[in-house]
Design a protein. Structure first.
Length: 358
């Protein structure tokens, strides 16, 4: 079900995830002007949910992590995607995680100035489970255990840092927060057992931890704060990281994660079928990511409408919306399409949504 926040229906029937292709001349000096121009075009394209396009960060997740005390980074954290190496930073601990004034809040204050009676600013940040995973991957596991011999304490400290960030966000006027979460995509598929072997040989125990840190982070949140989560399988320069259907995680994230909406990647066969949508709890709305941001070719309208109809067999149509499966530039490098092709994708989302929901 949609909700009304600041007088705006969220999610919108035609929606998007968050990141946009970066302008070629983007710099610290002109960033706010580029963000204002982006938001103006978002509004002109018919969108009432606005974002800064993630223009203030290099990576969709890592920049956020090192805004916490006890977290640092350095070059050399490369990750192999499907056919391409993602040039990332290492992120690891120098001490226990502590809350502190987060630089994303100051950036968001510039974005929220572009709100008006017909729009609401959304901030996208990596999910708490994403930080937990980052700190417990094999290359970080031993150093993390040096500060957290008991991983339940790590979960507690991550949750406390996120709770503090949410308070900062709310105080800045934010009412729509989105978690971006690749962990539910990483814990399915063939490589999942090896990826989490240090945590537990039982993947259900791993899922319990991912759910716990996400839900604990949201405890005490204001009642008028709308929180969504976007589940992704990797999106770097039009490549992907994981494959696997939602079936084995639906009883956790679909049924029990305490969010208001799920933005779900469904742009190709790697995401499986719609059957797991039957597990979505009655208080959640689902945004179907049926339009890909990885390729410039426009999808066939009738095929997308047919897929929405198929999904509605498992969850009522009035609890569904449409969006691209992910952002257009999860990292600064962006996906392999042009700016105008990006906007054509978003125009297609609008056209299809109007046909389906009026």
């Amino acid at each position: 079900m949609t909700k009304t926040v600041k007088g705006i229906q969220v999610p919108q029937r035609a929606d998007f995830v968050g990141s946009f292709l970066r302008p070629q001349d983007l710099s610290a000096e002109n960033r706010d002007q580029h963000i204002a121009a982006l938001i103006k075009r978002q509004k002109e394209a018919g969108y009432k949910i606005i974002t800064d396009g993630e223009f203030n960060r290099t990576y969709w997740h890592l920049d956020f992590f090192w805004g916490f005390g006890g977290v640092t980074h350095e070059a050399g954290g490369d990750v192999t995607f499907n056919g391409e190496t993602a040039r990332l930073d290492k992120v690891y601990l120098t001490g226990r995680i502590t809350p502190q004034p987060h630089p994303f809040i100051e950036a968001f204050k510039h974005t929220i100035q572009n709100e008006d009676a017909n729009s609401i600013a959304k901030l996208t940040i990596p999910a708490p489970a994403q930080l937990f995973q980052q700190l417990t991957i094999p290359q970080n596991y031993l150093s993390t255990r040096g500060f957290y011999p008991n991983l339940d304490d790590l979960i507690t400290d991550i949750a406390a840092a996120y709770q503090d960030f949410i308070r900062q966000f709310y105080a800045a006027g934010g009412r729509f927060l989105q978690f971006d979460d690749c962990t539910w995509g990483a814990v399915v598929g063939e490589a999942a057992q090896q990826r989490y072997q240090a945590l537990s040989p039982d993947l259900n125990e791993v899922k319990d931890k991912l759910l716990k840190v996400n839900n604990l982070s949201l405890e005490g949140r204001p009642s008028d704060l709308f929180v969504a989560t976007h589940i992704c399988r990797g999106n770097y320069h039009s490549t992907w990281f994981n494959s696997g259907a939602y079936d084995s995680v639906a009883d956790w994230v679909f049924a029990r994660e305490n969010v208001d909406a799920l933005y779900l990647e469904y742009d190709d066969e790697r995401s499986g079928g719609f059957e797991p949508l039957a597990k979505v709890s009655a208080d959640k709305h689902v945004v179907l990511g049926l339009i890909t941001t990885k390729r410039p070719e426009l999808e066939d309208k009738q095929q997308i409408i047919a897929r929405i109809k198929e999904a509605s067999k498992y969850i009522p149509l009035d609890r569904l919306s449409l969006s691209p499966q992910c952002g257009f530039a999860s990292c600064a490098i962006g996906n392999k399409l042009t700016v105008e092709e990006q906007w054509s994708k978003l125009a297609l989302v609008q056209e299809i949504a109007k046909k389906v929901w009026g």
